[in-house]
Design a protein around this ligand. Structure first.
Ligand code: HEM
Length: 124
């Protein structure tokens, strides 16, 4: 039987590593790091946001998860996120998938999920 995207990403443990790498990439990416650097001084809040993101990706890739965070519109509303920032975040995620040894087909699958969320995240 074909493996789910969740399994191909390494399950919860793999997704957790990908989220860690992604957040590190955001912290170092001058195009978006102003959004994320303040969370360095709020480690408890950062842990909750990371856990929500792990649940979100687990759920969205066919794995078991109970996502209790905000929906994508509510989580990003009021941030005035530009299309450019959205693409930088996509890049950071793709680089995190590379760094964690994810295969090309699975990367494309992640890309299509992320693309489907664009309208909920970018300000109109
Ligand atoms: C498809 C792309 C994206 C996905 C899947 C995504 C997903 C998420 C998730 C699941 C959360 C946690 C929500 C919660 O804890 O309730 C979150 C929070 C956050 N996102 Fe995104 N996001 C995306 C794009 C972006 C972009 C482009 C930016 C800005 C450049 C951004 C900035 C943030 C920030 C700053 C938070 C923390 C909010 C807080 O402090 O509570 N996100 N995102």
């Amino acid at each position: 039987m074909e493996r789910t995207l969740f399994e191909r990403l390494g399950g919860r443990e793999g997704i957790s590593a990908i989220v860690d790498t992604t957040v590190n990439n955001h912290m170092e990416n001058p195009a978006v790091n102003a959004r994320f650097l303040p969370l360095k001084d709020q480690q408890e809040r950062l842990r909750i946001i990371k856990d929500h993101t792990i649940d979100f990706f687990s759920m969205g890739s066919g794995g078991p998860a109970n996502y209790t965070g905000l929906d994508m519109v509510a989580a990003h509303t009021g941030m005035n996120i530009s299309p450019g920032e959205y693409f930088h975040v996509m890049d950071d995620i793709m680089l995190a998938l590379d760094a964690n040894g994810i295969d090309e087909d699975s990367k494309k699958d992640v890309l299509s999920v992320l693309w489907s969320l664009k309208g909920m995240i970018v300000s109109k």
